[in-house]
Write a protein that binds this ligand. Structure first.
Ligand code: SF4
Length: 140
């Protein structure tokens, strides 16, 4: 089997800057099961219901972004740190960040993204096997 450039693993620990949940437009895909979990989470935690947090793209659904590019579920604490209103039930795509197929294609793609995400290349070391598990779940 061909060896991968991240065979020794990669470091990542989120610094809660919020860059990955804001800025450039994009899609956060949510499956029917994930939508159900989000609905339950909003109800169980008495979080004000977001009447329009989903948008239909073809046959799939994606989370809505605000006009400034923020994810609809992005919140800021008093300390300015980013918080996710649905952290416990966030979509797999968010859980897998930054171990996405397109970022792992080569070291250049990874390092380019790392210039925007201060959590990449620092903190916890993820093993090759853990990274490959994330990749298997990447739908795009
Ligand atoms: S850009 Fe990186 S450090 Fe900032 S919130 Fe996203 S994952 Fe965390």
């Amino acid at each position: 089997m061909e060896s991968k450039w991240y065979e020794e693993g990669l470091k990542f620990s989120c610094k809660q800057c919020g860059n990955c949940c804001s800025g450039q437009p994009g899609y956060v895909w949510v499956s029917p099961q994930e939508i159900e979990s989000i609905e339950n989470h909003l109800q169980d935690n008495d979080i004000p219901h977001y009447s329009r947090y989903l948008r239909r793209i073809g046959q799939r659904f994606s989370l809505v972004e605000r006009d400034n590019g923020d994810c609809i579920f992005l919140r800021r604490g008093e300390d300015g740190l980013a918080l996710c209103a649905i952290n416990k039930v966030k979509p797999q795509q968010c859980k897998a960040w930054p171990f996405w197929n397109d970022l792992l294609e080569n070291k250049k793609s990874w390092d380019e993204e790392a210039s925007k995400c201060p959590g990449m290349n620092s903190g916890r070391l993820y093993s090759f096997t853990e990274i490959e598990d994330f990749r298997k779940q990447d739908q795009d």
